[in-house]
Ligand binder design. Structure first.
Ligand SMILES: [Fe+2]
Length: 329
């Protein structure tokens, strides 16, 4: 990591006030032991922390997620990382926007700024190192030369280990209002939108095509957390490992249109998903990406199997009407 003399500053757009990273998500689940098994098998470094579980990726110091035990699956809060010298301006912006500041939830006392988003989801802005990538993540595609074996021997393949959290997709009551709120308050920018039911937001300081995305529902909730892996082969191996371990439900292998990433979603024990993601589009710090609206039929996925009928079902909503799977996630 950072060493004196070798410090490389994160990418930053000096004239813009915006969150630089989707720092941490907190979710309650009904069975922590079941969660430990699922996420460890998925390839994460799952650590016991207090009464909960921290979700890490191997060889990376950042804690991407925190799981606590609760009566049912429930997204607790999202923490976004900001630069330290931006905190004062964020405080002023919230006041100007009439957003009410809240106390941290019990056990999560911090110096961050806490408030509810337009959907009633608890948000924290906290000073943190920029954990969103400063450049497009590398993609490995090994091509065997003549006279060489291209595939490793099955059984001798190392475990799939995601490199980092890629993004979070949350259910929101109002997609257009969420684009406005996360734009005006958190300083995120629209990457793409489809049919008024799904939208993708990126950071102004250099980030993937989306660090957070929205899908329409009648209540907040977590649809999926997405984890970056270095190759399409890792997606395939990860999906097979999970299926062999009893987690066969999901969707993939496929390629998205918006964000362009290759994907396989694995359904977790509570009906949400963890996504293996590779080769997502990157929006550099100096670029003004033109956010666009796309018809659903052209923008959900480029190729892949039919998604499960209940793919866009919000298990955190009490009476969620089933949405068409083509809602576009
Ligand atoms: Fe995703």
């Amino acid at each position: 990591m950072t060493q004196i003399g070798h410090y490389i500053a994160p990418t930053r757009r000096p004239d813009a006030l915006g969150a630089h990273s989707m720092d941490t998500f907190r979710m309650a689940v009904p069975d922590l032991e079941q969660a430990r098994r699922f996420y460890a098998r998925f390839g994460l470094d799952v650590r016991e922390e207090g009464n909960g579980l921290g979700l890490y990726t191997f060889n990376h110091p950042h804690r991407w997620g925190l799981l606590v035990e609760g009566p049912r699956k429930s997204l607790g809060h999202l923490s976004f990382g900001v630069f330290e010298d931006d905190m004062e301006r964020f405080r002023a912006r919230l006041q100007q926007a009439g957003v009410q500041r809240l106390d941290p939830p019990p056990g999560f006392e911090s110096n961050g700024i806490w408030f509810n988003d337009c959907n009633g989801l608890l948000i924290e802005l906290r000073v943190a190192e920029k954990s969103s990538p400063d450049a497009k993540s590398t993609v490995e595609h090994l091509i065997a030369g003549p006279g060489q074996r291209g595939a490793p021997i099955r059984g001798a393949v190392p475990d799939v280990r995601p490199r980092r959290l890629a993004h979070i997709l949350i259910f929101v009551r109002d997609v257009a209002e969420s684009i406005r709120f996360y734009g005006q308050v958190l300083g995120l920018r629209l990457s793409d939108e489809s049919g008024g039911v799904v939208a993708f937001m990126h950071g102004v300081h250099g980030s993937d095509h989306h660090m957070v995305a929205f899908a329409k529902s009648n209540a907040p909730g977590l649809h999926h957390c997405s984890w970056d892996v270095p190759s399409i082969q890792d997606i395939g191996l990860g999906a097979m490992t999970m299926a062999d371990s009893g987690y066969a439900d999901g969707w993939g292998l496929g390629r998205h249109v918006l964000g362009s990433n290759y994907f396989h979603y694995v359904r977790d024990p509570w009906g949400s998903y963890s996504e293996y993601s590779c080769d997502i589009d990157y929006i550099p710090v100096e670029m003004d990406w033109a956010g666009k609206s796309h018809p659903i039929e052209n923008s959900f996925y480029l190729w892949g199997p039919e998604p499960p009928k209940d793919f866009a079902f919000n298990h955190e909503a009490p009476h969620e009407p089933e949405m068409p799977a083509a809602a576009g996630i």
